[in-house]
Write a protein that binds this ligand. Structure first.
Ligand code: NAD
Length: 453
């Protein structure tokens, strides 16, 4: 659905009027299109900083260089009109509140030079692994810092995200940095992501054509976020199997035809479906590499008025079916080494919502599910994560009453809704071999929505 305010705000005269009457003037987000480039930061200006001698700095430098960024030594080296596109700060060496002063010293002089659609990544250690309470506090401080910074620069369409990087997991930084510093992560903002040594490393971590030779199953692939995900995974080289209900077979087949995908009409809640999926991927491909549990529904009613079948349907599709499909795939040993499982949670599962006790329960359950499943499959190099979309412009949100839709759209740091493609980008990143450091995480894609933050 068209966001008229966003379109208006792109015209300088209209933008002034909107500002004068106090309306938001969202910036058109610069989104990277298509597959990952070899040099995603080519032509971009980057700057790095650190508090002391952090363990991330060496990999950050190499990654920026390999991604094609031009790293400047200080803001003084920028031309008068130049702006920064990428800013990375290594705070893995902070040990106390005193050390946090380095954040002020680094960021204060460059805030005015952070450009439109720029990306900031701050890296620190795992708070629970601090050598003492003072260091744990200092690590955790970076979350409040980064989220606040994200709110200050969001109006420019710029983002700031935080990596909690386990010591010894530096080899796992490259792909996350490339994603979070590029236009592929345009709507992921204000998020902490844990990068750990948990999952076994893959033999190869290609930076382009990252999913060549991989087989991906996407449920609910006929439309919306599922269709966008199927297309994005295919653009990265995956053979996609798209599943959706038989009633939507035509839409499913159209989506699959556009990406040489395979349509798999089935209802995820049918008792026979989990085994059918496992048999199919084993027969046709000898297994599956990526499973995206996207099929989901809402049946909203306040709890007092909610009919039993609304509860059962939402729990059945959004939660029970996922666990059964995963169980069937595991029983058949159908998920290959280095596999990637991604579940669709929601900020509704983080914040809760009136009329969504059923939906909120399922989307919250998935956060617990991926946290528990991640470590279980780590020895096989399989990662299990969730993405939690905020307000995304889809059929579902287009049907909301005007005032609720407008509130949902604007209540985030970027004053605009996300697109299905933004969610697809985050799913695709988590599906890449290079994302092997990320498991058991739930990452929001919400433009730093105020809801549940
Ligand atoms: P959508 O309604 O456009 O698409 C969902 C797809 O799932 C449909 O094609 C539908 O036919 C399919 N599906 C439903 N029940 C099924 C079943 N029993 N078996 C097989 N397929 C089934 O929804 P969307 O907005 O693209 O949402 C996709 C996912 O993202 C959902 O899990 C949703 O909860 C989640 N999500 C969406 C938003 C948003 O703003 N749109 C926000 C947060 C989370």
């Amino acid at each position: 659905m068209t966001d008229r305010l966003l379109n208006l705000a792109q015209q300088p005269a209209a933008r002034k009027i909107l500002q004068n009457i106090g309306l938001p003037t969202p910036v058109a987000l610069k989104r990277a299109k298509g597959a990952y480039a070899d040099k995603p930061l080519a032509g971009e200006k980057a700057i790095t900083g650190a508090a002391g001698k952090g363990y991330a700095s060496a990999t950050v430098g190499k990654t920026l260089q390999a991604a094609g960024a031009e790293t400047v030594g200080s803001v003084d080296a920028l031309g008068e009109e130049d702006k920064l596109d990428a800013v990375v700060f290594d705070a893995t060496a902070v040990t106390s509140a005193t050390d946090l002063r380095a954040l002020y010293d680094f960021f204060n002089p460059l805030m005015g030079r952070i450009g439109k659609n720029a990306r900031v990544v701050v890296i620190t250690g795992l708070p629970e692994k601090g050598k003492d309470s003072a260091q744990s506090a200092a690590f955790r401080a970076l979350e409040g810092f980064t989220k606040s910074l994200a709110k200050e620069i969001g109006k420019r369409g710029a983002t700031a995200n935080l990596f909690y990087l386990e010591k010894g997991a530096e080899d796992r930084l490259a792909m996350p940095l490339r994603f979070f510093l590029s236009g592929h992560s345009a709507y992921v903002d204000g998020q902490p992501v844990r990068i750990t040594k948990t999952a076994k490393a893959p033999a190869e971590t290609p930076l382009t054509g990252t999913l060549n030779g991989k087989v991906a199953l996407v449920t609910g692939a006929a439309r919306g976020i599922g269709a966008a995900t199927a297309k994005r995974l295919a653009a990265e080289g995956a053979q996609v199997i798209g599943l959706d209900i038989p009633a939507d077979e035509q839409a499913l087949n159209e989506t699959m035809a556009s990406i040489n995908g395979i349509g798999f009409p089935a209802d995820v809640t049918d008792d026979a479906t989990p085994k059918k999926i496992a048999d199919f991927v084993l027969d046709q491909f000898g297994g599956v590499d990526i499973v995206v549990h996207n099929a989901g529904v809402t049946r909203d009613k306040t709890l007092a008025k909610m009919p039993e079948h609304h509860w059962d349907m939402v729990l059945g599709i959004n939660l029970d079916a996922i666990l059964k499909i995963d169980a069937a795939l595991q029983a058949a040993d159908a998920v290959r080494e280095g596999g990637r499982i991604v579940c669709l949670s929601s900020i509704g599962g983080i914040a809760g919502n009136v009329g969504q006790t059923n939906y909120g329960a399922t989307k919250s359950a998935l956060i617990g599910y991926v946290a528990a499943e991640g470590p279980k499959h780590a020895a096989k190099g399989i990662t299990v994560n969730a993405v939690a979309p905020g307000f995304i412009e889809t059929r579902m949100t287009a049907e909301m009453p005007f005032t609720i839709r407008e509130a949902g759209r604007r209540m985030n740091s970027m004053s605009q809704g996300g697109l299905p493609e933004d969610v697809a980008e985050l799913i695709c990143f988590l599906a890449t071999p290079g994302a092997y450091g990320v498991t058991g995480n739930t990452v929001r894609v919400c433009g730093q929505s105020l809801v549940g933050a």
